[in-house]
Every structure is written in C-alpha cells, then in structure tokens.
Design a protein around this ligand. Structure first.
Ligand SMILES: Cc1cc2nc3c(=O)[nH]c(=O)nc-3n(C[C@H](O)[C@H](O)[C@H](O)COP(=O)(O)OP(=O)(O)OC[C@H]3O[C@@H](n4cnc5c(N)ncnc54)[C@H](O)[C@@H]3O)c2cc1C
Length: 398
C-alpha cells in the first residue's frame, strides 16, 4: 500500500495519539484528524474526578492549537463522519464546512464508546458523564444541594459518587450486580470499596436494577424507591462501531481487528474503546476501555503503518480509578474465573491456574509498577514473585 494520506476518525485519547505517533514515526504525508466534539482534544479521566471539583476545562486539553499547525495535521473539529466509501477509499464527513468527501490510503477508527442506555423508563431525566459537555452540565447541577442517585456502581459511577459526597450532596448508588465494579475487580476489592463508600456516607443499593426514573425518585425492580432530584446514568458503554458496520466491516462487540489491529478491510484499523482485538495473551477477542489501551494501540498502528511491519499488539493492560483519596491500580487483566489471594491490606493477586495474571493495589504505586513490569514480561509469573515485591520491606523501598 502506498501511504500518502491517513484519516483518523475520532479525536479523543487514541485518535490524537495516532496523529502524534504518525509524525513521531516520520510519516510526512497528509494526516486528517476528524472529531465530532467541539474544541481541542482533551483527557476524559478527570471528568469524573478533579474537573467536577475545580471546573478547569483548559487543564484537560491534550495539545494546544499550535501543535496541529506545527505538525501539519489537519484537525476538523465539530465534524462527524457519516459514512465510509471503502471502494473509493473516502470518508463522507459533515461539519461547519458542509459535507465533504476526503480520500485516505489508511483509515483509523478511533470513535470510542457511548453510554449504554438500559431499558429504564424515564431515562430522559438522567444525565450522562462521557464528554466535557456532559461534565460541565453535571458540574452546573452540583452547584445546588442535591439528592443524587447514581445508576451503575462501576468506576465512573463510583468516582462521581465520591466527588459528590465530598461536595456535600446526598448520594445513593444503585447497582444491579451483587457487588461494586464486578466486571473489573476481585470480590475483596469490591468489598473494600463498598465499606469505604459507606463510610463516606453513600447509600449502596446492590443487587437491584433501576426500572424507572421520575423527576423526584428512581424506582427499583423490587418496587422500592430511591428519592433523587439528580440522576447520573453510569451503567457502562457501547462501542461506537455503527460506521464500521454500515461500511460492511466485521463488527462484534466493537470493530473486530486482528492482533495487529487491522480490521476485515486491510486499509482500515481500529483502536481503543471501539476496537475488539485478538489478544495474544489469551487468544480471545477482547475490548478494553482505558487510556493506556487506546494510546498504546495508536502507537502500534502508527509504527506498523510507517515501518511497513505487522507487529502484534501485546501490551499489558493496566487501569486506575481515583475514588476520594484512594487510588486503585490494576496491572494485568483478571476475571471472575480467577482465584484471588489477598497478599496484604490493599494488595490482591489474581491467578488463573498457577499464574498470576493481575495485581490490584490500593494507594501502593510502587508495588503496582513492579507488578506491571513482571507481568509485562514473556514468562509466567508465580505467586511468590508477587509476594516478594509486595513484602513490607520491598514496598518500603518503592
Ligand atoms: C468520565 C470518564 C472517566 C474515565 N476515567 C478513566 C480512568 O481513570 N482511567 C482510564 O484509563 N480510562 C478512563 N476512562 C476511559 C477512557 O477515557 C477511554 O477508555 C478513552 O478515552 C478511550 O479512548 P478512545 O480514543 O478510544 O475514545 P474517546 O477518547 O472516547 O474518543 C472518541 C471520540 O470519537 C468521536 N467520534 C465518535 N464517532 C465519530 C464520528 N462518526 N465522527 C467524528 N468523531 C467521532 C467522539 O465524539 C469522541 O470524541 C474514563 C472515561 C470517562 C468518560
């Protein structure tokens, strides 16, 4: 493939990184970064954390406007790609300049995800927390004393709940699963956070789904009601893969890509929240929702495109969540099939068979970093190796 022009759809964490990495790799052709949101690309993680307290939108900007000029990257803001014409190698986009057809040699889908909208009556009364505009709306709503219900006890719902409590609002978290963050963490860490949130004054309603939202209350499947004059919907996301699907690409839990992040069309790649990739560690197709995955995948796509290589994506996943003054960090990818060992207060090793596949830590960045290094290697990691780095003297040396 002659590579003279690359189009990136989605100017979020991964899309911007793809543009940056293409230039860093020495690509001198045309780069067009197309984003549906207004303004410059920004970081999402602070939206449920510092931004709610401080409201500093400019602190979230990832690169200034001058960066795009200096690096000769065409950034089309408030422009939505509405179709991909694969036969012509063009995207059809609509923005302030009207409708455009733009040609590509390689296309990168970095369209992220949108909030899952479960079948709850009255969802129009709930607010979302996905974009800066959503966060600004929520922040404005938090200027008045509120009784808040958060639907969803995952990372984003709990980060928001912790912030809302800190600001003095009454908060209930409604989670259909029997424990918090059930998809992402071990039962021990779920239980730890349940105690913390209760200590902070949040009401936790676990194992009950919300069925109806009214302006003053949320109704639960068991008929109970939770008074609320502000409801946040944080019940997970769906990958934005509609464009890919309409273009005839293989889509299953996001845009299906191989281990090199290439879709069923060799000229089209996908990354980040919208991509379901073949994970060489497990042999399964997985989709990750993290800044690390989106940006690492962007670097890999850029390197492969510019160097003409077909390197597989093998980076170790890692995650973090800040809830009040507790930083949860996860190195690796565990699951509900894991055996979990509590190594010390705030350190859990997750094993699949004899191998440690993930390590969870609370406010222990040194242990997290060392666990990450070990798990990122090619060799299986045994429990005693993690025990050694989690030992108090090793932790003190962090
Ligand atoms: C409130 C919040 C807190 C988070 N906290 C953390 C955290 O602590 N740690 C962590 O690792 N991750 C966190 N995440 C997740 C992380 O932000 C995402 O995993 C990451 O942003 C994914 O990057 P991405 O490039 O795939 O998608 P995004 O950054 O979501 O960007 C996708 C962009 O594509 C645009 N787009 C979609 N369709 C089109 C189209 N047709 N045309 C043009 N543009 C389009 C969207 O408008 C969006 O701007 C958080 C997310 C949220 C919302």
């Amino acid at each position: 493939m002659t590579l003279a022009s690359v189009i990136i759809i989605g100017a979020g964490q991964g899309g911007l990184q793809a543009a940056i990495s293409l230039r860093q790799e020495g690509f001198s052709g045309a780069i067009t970064l197309i984003g549906a949101e207004p303004g410059l690309p920004y970081q999402r993680p602070p939206l449920s954390k510092a931004y709610l307290l401080e409201g500093k939108a400019e602190a979230l900007t990832l690169r200034p406007e001058s960066f795009f000029r200096t690096k000769d990257i065409t950034y089309l803001t408030e422009t939505r790609v509405e179709g991909i014409d694969r036969a012509a190698g063009q995207v059809i986009a609509y923005g302030p300049q009207g409708t455009m057809r733009l040609g590509y040699d390689a296309l990168v889908l970095a369209t992220g995800a949108r909030n899952l909208r479960p079948p709850i009556e009255g969802l129009e009364h709930a607010l979302d927390l996905r974009t800066l505009a959503d966060a600004a709306r929520l922040r404005a709503a938090l200027a008045t004393k509120r009784r808040i219900a958060v639907i969803g006890g995952g990372f984003i719902g709990l980060e928001f709940a912790a912030m809302a409590r800190k600001l003095g609002h009454g908060v209930s978290v409604i989670e259909a699963a029997p424990r918090l963050m059930a998809r992402a963490v071990s039962p021990a860490i779920s239980a730890h956070f349940a105690r913390l949130h209760q200590d902070w004054g949040t009401e936790l309603i676990l194992g009950h789904a919300a069925t109806r939202i009214a302006p003053d209350a949320v109704t639960l499947a068991n008929g109970g009601t939770v008074p609320a004059d502000l409801v946040l919907l944080a019940a997970g996301v769906r990958p934005n893969s509609d464009l890919a699907e309409a273009a005839g690409l293989v889509v299953e839990n996001g845009v299906r890509v191989d281990a090199t992040l290439r879709s069923s069309d060799p000229a089209i790649f996908a990354l980040g929240d919208c991509a379901c990739f073949l994970d060489p560690r497990t042999g399964a197709h997985i989709r990750l929702e993290s800044v690390q995955a989106a940006t690492d995948q962007a670097r890999l796509i850029a390197a492969n495109l510019v160097r003409g290589t077909s390197t597989a994506y093998g980076a170790l996943p890692w995650f973090w969540s800040d809830q009040a003054d507790i930083k949860l960090q996860i190195a690796g990818l565990g699951g509900n099939d894991c055996t979990d060992i509590l190594l010390q207060d705030g350190v859990v090793a997750r094993l699949r068979g004899p191998d440690v596949v993930a390590v969870e830590t609370l406010n222990k960045p040194g242990i997290h970093i060392r666990a990450r290094k070990l798990l990122a290697g090619n060799d299986p990691v045994a429990l005693d190796q993690i025990s050694a780095i989690a030992a108090p003297q090793a932790a003190g040396a962090a």
